[in-house]
Design a protein around this ligand. Structure first.
Ligand SMILES: [Zn+2]
Length: 134
């Protein structure tokens, strides 16, 4: 067993290995394979295969800086999606107590409490004032 481990370690030396993007493509690939158990769809099966090959290609790649950059792009996208989702969740949560207006000057979103009638809103970013019903 130790011999195998050594061999494995030598094989992986200088290769990129796993990262968050590899985990994602692996998960999607497995999910697709599970779907094909219940539903024989050639496209999904093909997609699973391609993703699996892609995952291994990246893990065994020796072009570490390139693989690293790919992962960084993925992490940035993931962060944006999570931030958007959290913003949406927050808006949903207080849509009864607050309203969100867009500043006519700079498009900055401004959150104000509801039920205050017509009020003048001052944009915190560009200092433009505008009147809205809350
Ligand atoms: Zn503004």
């Amino acid at each position: 067993m130790d011999k195998f481990k050594n061999k494995m370690m030598r094989f992986m030396q200088g290769r990129y290995g796993s990262d968050q993007l590899a985990r994602l493509t692996m998960y999607i690939s497995f999910a697709c394979l599970i779907v094909t158990i219940f539903w024989h769809n050639t496209f999904i099966y093909f997609l699973a295969l391609v993703l699996l090959i892609y995952t291994y290609f990246r893990m065994l790649s020796r072009n570490i800086s390139r693989r690293y950059n790919e992962n960084q792009i993925y992490l940035k996208c993931r962060y944006k999606v999570i931030a958007k989702f959290n913003g949406f969740k927050a808006r949903m949560r207080d849509r009864k107590t607050h309203r969100v207006f867009k500043c006519p000057g700079c498009s900055q979103k401004i959150r104000v409490p509801r039920g205050k009638g017509r009020i003048s809103i001052k944009c915190p970013k560009c200092r433009i004032e505008f009147i809205k019903r809350t």
